[in-house]
Design a protein around this ligand. Structure first.
Ligand code: AMP
Ligand code: ZN
Length: 108
């Protein structure tokens, strides 16, 4: 089982901020911004490039993140990032969306 599947299953502890039957949102262990959360679909697939057929799930996930903006402390804005593959430095091979915020985020 991959590390995020273990977090989903509760076998590895995490600081969960939100959970429903499809996704879990928890704090990144090495935050790259004041607020750095990871949104993980409970269903395991390794890459965004393997998300064919998951259009509805991914759409619901994005809309859910948007709906949780205030609850997650992101009222002043946030950034979503998906690292896909080697060049992007993807380390965990279970699709996850980084949610960054809590401060002004550098772009350049
Ligand atoms: P990526 O480079 O896009 O694959 O991102 C993986 C992210 O998972 C990194 O930002 C790590 O800090 C984070 N991470 C790895 N293990 C854990 C963990 N056990 N709990 C929370 N975040 C983790
Ligand atoms: Zn997994």
């Amino acid at each position: 089982m991959c590390i995020f599947c273990k977090i989903v299953a509760g076998e590895i502890p995490s600081r969960k901020k939100y959970e429903d039957d499809e996704i879990v949102i928890f704090e990144d262990i090495e935050p790259k911004a004041k607020i750095h959360l990871l949104c993980v679909p409970k269903e395991h697939f390794a890459y965004l490039s393997e998300a064919g057929g998951k259009e509805a799930l991914l759409g619901r996930t994005l809309v859910k993140i948007a709906a949780l903006q205030k609850e997650l402390g992101l009222e002043d804005g946030y950034r979503l990032v998906v690292n896909q593959g080697e060049n992007a430095g993807q380390t965990v091979k279970h699709l996850h969306i980084h949610i960054l915020g809590g401060e002004i985020l550098p772009w350049e």
